[in-house]
Design a protein around this ligand. Structure first.
Ligand SMILES: C[S@@+](CC[C@H](N)C(=O)[O-])C[C@H]1O[C@@H](n2cnc3c(N)ncnc32)[C@H](O)[C@@H]1O
Length: 509
């Protein structure tokens, strides 16, 4: 990519779009040089309106056309013909007097993969790391010979991130190989090669919900680290005491119960409560405290009869579901007059701000790619990879890391050399170590992307919040902000709301 600061805005201003000339026929003789020049002349002429530097004079235009066509001909005549080489040559071509129009040259030609190169495709999401790596090595050595120096990094970037669209894949490659052809050129050549699990999104769509089971497999604690902040504890405690005063044997549902933190708090308030936790994830069995049941179930589809519960609670659980389905479900299983206590994140909450920073952190450190590179090393990698890896670790060490991410960072920084050392004595442990870091980092990344996007629907204004909850047919008893600690100069963790299902609403259940 051109690293020129003015490049991006100029590119988006460019109109009309250039339709590149497919010059693969030049090599095999199905396209003549003369015909190439004719098409080039036509293309350039059409671009004159946006690029007045392109001469109208036929002779002058022909001089430019000749130079461009010669670069194309040279590129296709080379034995190591590749789009990357052609792109670089055109990128480096400066024709006097052409000013801004010089930026057009890399867009004028395309060199699609030939049969045999394109007939194999690779599924980016599902192909094993070893096969992905083999495939990319063949593809790059035949077609992208010009970028071989960074091939290991390119493989690492794709293997680490398993991008979900061609655009994302290209963005990941660009981060490790800055002089890569731009997306348009890349797409023309490589679109048939990479297969994605879901069709590439055409517009912005919400990231998929993460696999929550991994949270409880690896972390064993929610984002609060096992113990709720005082605000949350007070809010839940007050709510539960009120429920107990009305009915000490109340039947209480906890939605998105995780490691039962809210349920255990309820047990402290009344030993007689009947406590039921549901979660979409495979969570640990409930602790051995009397009368706790747990079910694997989604908040959007609760497997309980209507009006089954005296009270409901959810601490940062229900808002991860599709609330348009989960709130009506919650209302359905509440008895008329039943109460609910919810702690909900919101788009401006501390947790979402932290998620944004984490995404920025991971996107800017090459930490994931470094882990993938260590895989390549463990998998019979060369001394060259080892050198890259050691060099990269030194680079990373120089980085200033936000204190909230030091934990991730130092674990990985210590873990990679540890894994490299273990390679001969305990290879399985070495792999497991790297795998663990990767899963952990990717999971957090996906959870955070989902969090940022998903929480955007929760109102940040109190009045809007009241109105929003009302639209689901709840009576709202209280809406307050809860904070992580006594420092209220930082954003809250979110809302704490108390709701009731009205006794006679006239609404259908
Ligand atoms: C941030 S954790 C909170 C866990 C627990 N409430 C606590 O306070 O520690 C979010 C929980 O919601 C669960 N969850 C996410 N989406 C869900 C859904 N659609 N239905 C039910 N549970 C869901 C997750 O599996 C996870 O256990």
């Amino acid at each position: 990519m051109i690293q020129d600061a003015n490049d991006a805005p100029a590119r988006s201003r460019q109109a009309p779009r250039v339709r590149p000339i497919d010059i693969s026929g030049l090599r095999v003789g199905t396209l003549t040089l003369q015909e190439t020049k004719r098409r080039l002349r036509q293309t350039l002429f059409a671009l004159r309106e946006s690029y007045p530097q392109i001469p109208a004079d036929a002779k002058k235009l022909d001089t430019i056309v000749d130079r461009l066509a010669n670069v194309a001909l040279d590129a296709v005549s080379a034995t190591d013909v590749s789009m990357a080489i052609l792109f670089r040559r055109l990128q480096g071509l400066r024709i006097n007097g052409m000013g801004q129009a010089n930026r057009l040259w890399p867009q004028l030609f395309s060199l699609p993969l030939e049969r045999g190169q394109a007939e194999n495709s690779v599924s980016v999401a599902t192909t094993s790391r070893a096969d992905l790596s083999k495939f990319l090595r063949v593809l790059w050595s035949t077609h992208f010979a010009g970028t071989r120096g960074r091939l290991e990094w390119i493989i690492a970037a794709i293997a680490a991130w398993r991008p979900r669209s061609l655009r994302e894949l290209h963005r990941r490659i660009e981060r490790v190989e800055a002089s890569f052809p731009d997306f348009d050129a890349f797409e023309k050549v490589y679109a048939p090669v990479f297969v994605f699990e879901t069709p590439a999104a055409t517009g912005p769509s919400e990231p998929a919900s993460p696999d929550w089971t991994l949270l409880w497999q690896y972390e064993g604690a929610s984002g609060y680290g096992g113990d709720y902040p005082a605000d949350v504890k007070d809010f839940l405690g007050t709510f539960l005491c009120r429920v107990r005063d009305l009915d000490p044997r109340a039947r209480i549902l906890d939605i998105g119960t995780g490691s039962y933190a809210a349920i255990l708090l309820a047990r402290e308030v009344s030993t007689e409560f009947e406590l039921i936790g549901i979660d979409i994830a495979d969570i640990p069995a409930p602790p051995e405290v009397a009368r706790i049941q747990s079910f694997k179930m989604s908040a959007e589809s609760l497997g309980f009869p209507n009006e089954a519960f005296t009270a409901v609670m959810s601490v940062n659980g229900i808002e991860y579901a599709d609330v348009d389905r989960a709130f009506p479900e919650m209302r359905r299983v509440m008895q008329p007059g039943a109460r609910a206590a919810l702690v909900l994140h919101r788009p401006d909450s501390l947790i979402v701000a932290r998620a944004r920073k984490f995404i920025e952190f991971l996107d800017s450190t090459l930490l994931m790619e470094t882990l993938a590179l260590s895989w390549l090393y463990l998998d019979g990698g060369s001394e060259a990879i080892e050198r890259e890896l050691v060099g990269q670790l030194l680079e990373l060490k120089k980085r200033k890391v936000d204190k909230q991410f030091v934990r991730y960072f130092s674990r990985v920084m210590q873990g990679i050399p540890e894994a490299m050392q273990k390679l001969h004595s305990a290879p399985a442990d070495a792999y497991a170590l790297i795998q663990r870091f990767e899963t952990d980092l990717r999971w957090t990344y996906e959870r955070d992307r989902f969090l940022i996007s998903h929480m955007s629907r929760i109102p940040t204004d109190r009045q809007d919040m009241l109105k929003w909850l009302g639209t689901y047919g709840f009576a709202v008893d209280a809406v307050q902000e809860v904070f992580l600690d006594s420092d209220h100069s930082v954003p809250p963790v979110g809302w704490a709301v108390q709701l009731r299902k009205p006794v006679a609403t006239g609404r259908s259940q």
